[in-house]
Design a protein. Structure first.
Length: 312
């Protein structure tokens, strides 16, 4: 599928395109940046459901107005309320959304995924997640589908026979799925990467990979190290990669007294995320000994913190 041209190629897009930009129209890449809905999803909403009809230049390039951006944000609101994308178009002219929606499409999708995981049905898991990712922004898929799915399965796995089998199956699939997406995104991106390190002993940590995927989906190069890095070598990794920032993800407690040694020599921003952030909230919040360190408890708050620090 052809990509929308970026700003570096505008001189080749024709006078109509340049004139439209001068009049305040927005290219699809800028709309994706403002709304968090990637260009592939915007095109799918247009082709499949007619939810958005952008202006087209004589050469066929999509351009969007401020009203289009507002409409996209309304669509995202309905998706977050659990309404299927295929049912949103008649609702866009409703003055106020009803207090409750009759059907929560996210719950239906989660139930389907739980069943697929219990059956170790990799293709079905992949198809269900692909469908959600094609029609909804990455943030929404994470917030409404994948994080609640992990919570549902965590409850199911308490004392359940076969729990470890299902856990290894899902975590292996998730690491392969999002690792592949990050790899292909990295091949198309330039610039300093964000370094994410699994600083706990839990391999294939799903929340680490969700955090990495959310960052990668904003066109940020991402390097993931899925094992802990010892003190002294983390600074070496940052130096060799010329990393824009470091995110340490740990689902277990860390040793706060060892953090200054681990982070010694690192002058870029550092975020400590995962359960470790909750456990060490008080000590991390002081930041006296480690002024470059902030914390975030889950992939969504980690993404917010990365954006706050302009690392994405």
């Amino acid at each position: 599928m052809a990509r929308e041209p970026d700003s570096s190629a505008r001189e080749d897009l024709g006078a109509d395109f340049a004139e439209a930009l001068a009049q305040g129209w927005l290219p699809i890449r800028e709309v994706a940046r403002q709304t968090g809905v990637n260009a592939i999803t915007l095109r799918a909403w247009e082709r499949r459901y007619g939810l958005i009809v952008p202006y087209r230049t004589p050469k066929g390039h999509r351009l969007f107005s401020a009203e289009h951006v507002e409409r996209i944000q309304t669509i995202v609101t309905w998706i977050n309320r659990g309404v299927a994308v295929s049912k949103i178009k008649p609702l866009l002219d409703t003055p106020q959304p009803p207090p409750e929606t009759p059907e929560n499409d996210w719950q239906r999708q989660r139930h389907g995924l739980v069943l697929a995981v219990t059956q170790l049905a990799e293709r079905q898991v992949d198809d269900l997640v692909n469908q959600a990712m094609a029609l909804s922004p990455p943030w929404t898929v994470c917030e409404q589908l994948l994080l609640p799915l992990l919570a549902d399965l965590h409850r199911r796995w308490q004392g359940q026979f076969g729990a470890q089998l299902e856990r290894v199956f899902l975590h292996s699939w998730l690491r392969s799925k999002f690792g592949s997406r990050i790899y292909h995104n990295n091949r198309q991106l330039r610039g300093a990467p964000l370094l994410l390190v699994n600083q706990s002993d839990l391999p294939l940590d799903p929340q680490l990979w969700l955090t990495a995927w959310l960052a990668s989906s904003t066109d940020c190069p991402v390097e993931v190290f899925d094992e802990p890095i010892p003190a002294g070598e983390l600074a070496l990794a940052v130096e060799r990669l010329a990393a824009r920032g470091v995110l340490l993800y740990s689902s277990h407690a860390l040793n706060p007294s060892q953090l200054p040694r681990l982070l010694n020599g690192i002058d870029c921003p550092v975020i400590i995320a995962g359960s470790a952030a909750s456990i060490h909230h008080a000590s991390l919040s002081t930041g006296a000994a480690m002024p470059n360190v902030s914390w975030a408890e889950d992939p969504l708050s980690a993404h917010r913190e990365l954006r706050r620090q302009a690392l994405l």
